[in-house]
Design a protein. Structure first.
Length: 124
């Protein structure tokens, strides 16, 4: 998590620049400190923040929590031991697996819609 002080010049508009409490990727805001105050207001659930066209300075003097507090631990996908990596025509890598009953499955979009794909046909 990071604290970002907005430094955007709003021109003739009288718009205050607050301090925002955001995740490390700066895509979700979990709270803010209203300009002129010191209290952190936290939202009941994270919300998207649009940083386009705005300027911010990261505040290093404020202690922040880890992203996991609000978003949980990152999911680390592990490859099953019986999985075969296949390369799709678009260059992406998909996993082809065979279950205990001998049926194949694939992580490619084609298998998702048709329950079969060229990767399975190539293996058979």
């Amino acid at each position: 998590m990071r604290y970002l002080q907005e430094t955007t010049d709003w021109g003739s508009h009288n718009t205050p620049n607050h301090i925002y409490y955001v995740n490390d990727s700066k895509t979700k805001m979990v709270g803010y400190i209203k300009a002129g105050t010191k209290a952190l207001f936290k939202f009941s659930k994270p919300m998207t923040i649009d940083v386009r066209g705005r300027k911010f300075v990261e505040l290093k003097d404020k202690k922040a929590e880890s992203d996991e507090v609000y978003f949980g631990k990152p999911v680390v996908e592990t490859k099953p031991s019986n999985a075969i990596e296949v390369q799709g025509s678009n260059g992406k890598v998909y996993l082809l697996t065979k279950n205990s009953s001998g049926k194949y499955s694939c992580t490619c979009p084609g298998f998702t819609f048709r329950h079969t794909c060229k990767h399975i046909q190539d293996v058979k």
